[in-house]
Each structure stands twice: as C-alpha cells, then as structure tokens.
Write a protein that binds this ligand. Structure first.
Ligand SMILES: Nc1ncnc2c1ncn2[C@@H]1O[C@H](COP(=O)(O)OP(=O)(O)OP(=O)(O)O)[C@@H](O)[C@H]1O
Ligand SMILES: [Zn+2]
Length: 287
C-alpha cells in the first residue's frame, strides 16, 4: 500500500509518499504560486509516485460541508488566485482514488494527536501561532466541525493594559487573537520579527496574556484534555511558563484542568506533523 500526503500552505506545498505504516519514502516541496502552476506540479509528482489514497491539508478557509456544492473548495482566501478554487475537484479529475480533504491545521493536529504531543489523549486542542493563528479540536478522533471548521484564531480578546493602544493587524477584525498575537502583529509593534526580540523582553508577558486568554476561553467551551501549541512564535520557550501562570490566574480555579505543566504544552512533531497527519488521514480514507 502507498499513501500520499499534501500539505498545501499559503507559501509552500509539500507532497510526500509513504508505505502503509507511514514511513516516508519520498518528499518534495515547491512554492505556492498560481493554482494552474502549483497543481501541475502536484499532478506530476503523484503521476511519478502513484498512491492508493491521498490526505490533503489545505490553507483556507476551505469548505468542509459535505452537503454543500463547494465542498473541497478553498473559499474566501486573501490569496486571490485561489479564491473559490475547487482543490478537491481538481484532484479528483486527475486521480481516481480516495481523498481525505481538510484544513492544514487539522492535518497537523491529527499528526500530533496520533503520534506527537497528544498521543494517548482523547480530546486535544491544537493551536498554531505563526503568520496566522489556526486551531483544531479533535474529540474522540474526530475533528470538531459544524457548518464548517472552527476559526478559533479570530476569537476576540481583552487588551492587555500595557498594550492598550495597539489596534491589531487582522484585516477583518483588527484586534482579534491573530491580530494581536501572531507573528505579523509582533512585527508591526516593534518593526522587527519576534525572534529578534530578547526572550526577557516584557512584551512576552503581554503575548502570554493573550495566549492564556485564548486557553481560558477554549477551556471553558471545550474542556480539552490537553492544549498543544506550535508555529513560529511558539518557538519562544519562555512563553510556556508565562502562559501557564497567566492561565491559572485568569481561570481562577473556576473549573478543574489537568496539571498545568501537562496541560499547555509544545508540539512534538513540529514541521513533520502535517505530513504525518495527512498520511494517516489518507489511510483512513481508504477504509
Ligand atoms: N523563533 C521565533 N520567535 C518568534 N517569532 C517567530 C520565530 N520564528 C518565526 N517566528 C514568526 O512566526 C511567523 C512564521 O510562522 P511559521 O513559522 O509558523 O510559518 P507559517 O507557516 O507562515 O505560519 P502559518 O501556519 O500561520 O501559515 C513569522 O511571523 C515569524 O516572524
Ligand atoms: Zn481576525
């Protein structure tokens, strides 16, 4: 059995092939340009490396409502060439095999759930804080989804008093979670990237406050077994104790959670999570 994976990001596509036990046998990546150009490379890759099923994690928003005419489309993306692009349809036209189609965040979360920091847990909340903020909730092996996938990266938070004047950078909401805390928001405040700030800078306390608020809200709504964070900004290891302390203070013992050091944690698979998860979902699509 051969399994295929596509991690379709806003800046690059990664394609990979594994055996039935998810041992990656080949992998390639190329920049995300126009749909025609990029998909031609995807088709060529899987023509050369035939597989029995493909798991796809796409940048979004994507339509995941199986009853809707636009199921499998990239919908309202700021990447205009991809707006309303029928990603799954294009794949189905070219390959007569089963597909599992979901968000890029969901495939990474699934990788962490099965083989990374969420191993052994039933219900995980996964956040990525990078260029944007993405989230995925997996409950008993299934992605939480209603009309479509959740967009918890855009929840509304209270301003930290020390950050009162910052209006945020989300093109839709200004000062939502992503607008306040993702990489570009840090860059807007300081005129330099997050990794150029000193780890002891007071700003990280502010960042931790926002991330902790998101964890409080999510804890109250979802009561996960664990909250897992990945993405470029979360490479700042000092954030974890700061988030944990802020979370404990803000939740104020209102509800029980697992031990805090086991509750708000860093990803384990990192950059491999997406491909791992997509391969596992490809196998699921075969059944
Ligand atoms: N060590 C670091 N500390 C702080 N910020 C960082 C660090 N490394 C990367 N970043 C910031 O994270 C962002 C990139 O995030 P990431 O590496 O997760 O890539 P991405 O795939 O573009 O993000 P997304 O998943 O949102 O599409 C940039 O804004 C960058 O400045
Ligand atoms: Zn927003």
């Amino acid at each position: 059995m051969k399994l295929g994976a596509i991690e379709a990001g806003g800046t690059k596509f990664v394609c990979a092939v594994s055996d039935g036990d998810f041992n990656v046998e080949d992998r390639t990546q190329f920049p995300t340009t126009t749909p025609d150009e990029t998909m031609a490379q995807v088709f060529a890759y899987f023509d050369q490396h035939p597989v029995d099923a493909i798991g796809i994690g796409s940048f979004g928003p994507v339509s995941l409502n199986e009853d809707a005419a636009d199921f499998g489309f990239i919908t309202n993306t700021p990447k205009l060439a991809w707006k309303n692009y029928d990603f799954l349809g294009a794949m189905k036209t070219h390959f007569d095999i089963p597909f599992y189609f979901t968000t890029d965040v969901n495939v990474a979360a699934y990788g962490e759930y099965q083989a990374g920091a969420g191993r052994g847990k039933k219900n995980i909340l996964y956040w990525t804080v990078g260029t944007g903020v993405g989230a995925s909730y997996i409950q008993n092996g299934k992605f939480l989804q209603g009309f479509s996938h959740p967009e918890m990266g855009h929840i509304l938070l209270r301003h930290d008093p020390r950050d009162h004047d910052f209006e945020g950078v989300c093109p839709y909401h200004g000062d939502c979670f992503e607008g306040l805390a993702a990489g570009p928001a840090i860059e807007k405040r300081f005129g330099k990237k997050g990794f150029e700030l000193d780890p002891s800078d007071e700003f990280w306390e502010i960042e931790a406050n926002y991330i902790a608020q998101a964890c409080v809200n999510a804890t109250l709504i979802l009561r996960p077994d664990v909250i897992i964070f990945g993405g470029g900004v979360m490479k700042q290891a000092q954030l974890f104790p700061q988030i944990q302390a802020s979370f404990v203070k803000q939740l104020a013992d209102y509800v029980d959670t697992p031990e805090i050091s086991d509750y708000i944690i860093h990803v384990e698979l990192g950059d491999d999570a997406g491909i791992t998860g997509a391969l596992m979902l490809a196998k699921k699509a075969l059944k």
